[in-house]
Write a protein that binds this ligand. Structure first.
Ligand SMILES: CC(=O)SCCNC(=O)CCNC(=O)[C@H](O)C(C)(C)COP(=O)(O)OP(=O)(O)OC[C@H]1O[C@@H](n2cnc3c(N)ncnc32)[C@H](O)[C@@H]1OP(=O)(O)O
Ligand SMILES: CC(C)C(=O)C(=O)O
Ligand SMILES: [Mg+2]
Length: 534
């Protein structure tokens, strides 16, 4: 590395912003649009818990529901308005008297309340859904905003489907809504159709063309039908928006809304580029994500940005090696920043020695080069069989190494077992000894384990009396490692053996071979062979 380069240097964004960052309001609509996700309905106490968590996290505005929708929604908005402090509480209303009156009825107890009035403006919605002319839409929008403004001074107006609305008409409606008292103008991409370039142009167009645009905050509300909700939200901000509407985990109607955690971390991580800030405590993102997932029953996909289980997990050896040397090689933000406890170096078939040695060390084992190589070779064989390697797997592999199995003179090359309820088990075992191979196939014994004993005895010519046989699961999961511990008697002396594998027959054969190695080495005191604890 050259003297002038620091490890924390990221590629420089152009141009480098010099002014102080612009604050972006975070408007969370998990409890309203998020709840519109099929199957995501929440009950009153769940909504209260989520609202409190959102407020604690620093959300500026919480859209708590759509009070006219049902008595339950009304009560949830009312109780959230009554109990949650620190955030503005908002309720949604169509552009009609009943909706707006009902919304205010629920919101009036809030210390800071907002009525959010919406009316679609696009030609498709005007013609087919509302069956209204452009003049009627403007008139209705004005009347709705005025009614809301008579109740409270914080009124948001959304021209629904704004991103498919003709520019001229959108400007006309927005100007009229601001004149009528709207303090926030939300420009939704209701059907997730827009692209970032188009969103930027539309917001810029509104800033340039609507004469009273400076009297209201512009807001963005993007849906994720084409997977562009977050990118579109950021484009809106670049075009002049000061508020972003989003939901935890990106839940919402159809493919969902822009994900709050992604927006917040994009702003935080790329402050060098965007020069923006939010009031969100990013350490709350993972806990709140978990809460919403548990409450709605909508699980978070493993590879979900920021809050997914894999978001800070690295499995590849090359990445893990880089991470162990310097974390910024493969992490653009720290897991602790978003509320995870730590980076997860997952051991699996793509891992290398550096990560294996590191994990063994964390588990209390310091391996020398030879030991590491031996454990690594068996680790790779195991990793080919198992999807995930748990800490218990590593402990078992290292213990096997320390207890001397690697020095075996007999090695298991192959085996095949056939067993059924009524028939005598059949086992074929192939062992290696030096550069020789020996295969024995027998049909004998009470079960596959017994048959394995017979086959190994036959090949090695060493007679064994099994005094103790224990199998325990050394790890978790259905594909857990089975650790077999045996005590055998040979010529009046006792010997122990241990074997580990995901297959209990294989663990048994490995344990027998381990005991046979001890017989050959004269290690007949079982107490000496006890496995060291990590
Ligand atoms: C883009 C969005 O996310 S908008 C919010 C969507 N969320 C929801 O719809 C969830 C809650 N909704 C509900 O519980 C119900 O739809 C209710 C209670 C609001 C209304 O129920 P209903 O009175 O039975 O009406 P329904 O839902 O069948 O149809 C909607 C009506 O509202 C009208 N409407 C739709 N948007 C608006 C609006 N912004 N302003 C005024 N009227 C509107 C429609 O034209 C239709 O009227 P019509 O029956 O005269 O044709
Ligand atoms: C109510 C409005 C803002 C909405 O959810 C949308 O247009 O997607
Ligand atoms: Mg929406």
């Amino acid at each position: 590395m050259s003297e002038t380069t620091s490890v924390s240097d990221q590629p420089t964004a152009e141009p480098t912003p010099e002014s102080s960052p612009r604050h972006i309001r975070i408007f969370d609509t998990t409890l309203r649009d998020g709840e519109q996700s099929p199957g995501a309905s929440m009950n009153l106490s769940e909504k209260l818990e989520v609202a409190a968590a959102l407020s604690d996290m620093g959300v500026d505005v919480i859209e708590a529901g759509f009070p006219i929708a049902s008595p339950g929604d009304f009560e949830a908005v009312r109780q959230i308005a009554q109990t949650v402090r620190g955030s503005t509480i908002c309720g949604l209303a169509r552009c009609n008297e009943k909706d707006i009156d009902r919304a205010w009825e629920a919101l009036k107890v809030a210390s800071s309340a907002r009525i959010h009035v919406f009316l679609a403006t696009s030609a498709i919605h005007r013609q087919f859904k509302l069956r209204m002319t452009t003049d009627e839409i403007v008139e209705r929008a004005i009347a709705g905003v005025k009614r809301a403004a008579a109740y409270c001074d914080d009124v948001e107006f959304s021209p629904e489907d704004a991103c498919r609305t003709e520019h001229d008409f959108l400007c006309r409606v927005v100007e009229a809504a601001i004149d009528a008292g709207a303090t926030t103008i939300n420009v939704p991409d209701t059907v997730g159709y827009a692209t970032p370039g188009e969103v930027f142009d539309r917001f810029k167009m509104l800033c340039d063309r609507v004469p009273n645009m400076d009297k209201a905050v512009l807001s963005t509300h993007c849906h994720n039908d084409l997977g562009m909700a977050v990118a579109n939200s950021m484009a809106a901000v670049a075009g002049g928006a000061g508020q972003i509407e989003c939901t935890i985990n990106g839940i919402g109607e159809r493919a969902g809304n822009a994900a709050l955690e992604e927006i917040v971390m994009a702003i935080k991580t790329r402050q060098d580029y965007f020069n923006l800030t939010t009031g969100i405590d990013s350490k709350r993102l993972v806990p709140v994500s978990r809460l919403v997932s548990k409450t709605t029953g909508i699980s978070v996909q493993r590879n979900k940005a920021i809050v997914g289980r894999n978001a800070f997990a690295h499995e590849s050896g090359i990445h893990q090696d880089g991470m162990l040397k310097e974390r910024s090689t493969y992490e653009i933000m720290s897991p602790e920043e978003v509320g995870f406890s730590k980076t997860d170096l997952v051991l699996g078939k793509h891992s290398g020695r550096a990560a294996l040695a590191d994990r063994a060390k964390q588990l209390g084992f310091t391996l020398n080069g030879e030991q590491l190589q031996s454990v690594f070779d068996r680790f790779k064989v195991l990793a080919d069989k198992k999807k995930e390697i748990y800490d218990g797997d590593i402990v078992a592999l290292v213990q096997q190494q320390i207890s001397g199995t690697s020095a075996t003179q007999w090695t298991l090359l192959d085996y095949e077992v056939t067993s059924s309820r009524d028939k005598t088990p059949r086992v074929r075992v192939t062992l290696g000894h030096g550069d020789q191979e020996f295969t024995e196939q027998i049909e004998q014994g009470d079960g596959p384990i017994d048959a394995a004993f017979w086959a190994v005895e036959k090949i090695t010519g060493i007679e064994l009396v099994c005094k103790d046989f224990r199998v325990r699961s050394a790890t978790l999961g259905r594909d857990a490692i089975g650790e077999v511990n045996i005590e055998v008697e040979h010529k009046g002396r006792s010997y122990r053996g241990v074997g580990v594998s995901t297959d209990s027959v294989e663990s048994t054969i490995l344990a027998i071979l381990n005991a046979i190695d001890r017989i050959a080495a004269g290690q007949n005191d079982p107490s000496e062979n006890e496995l060291p604890q990590p």
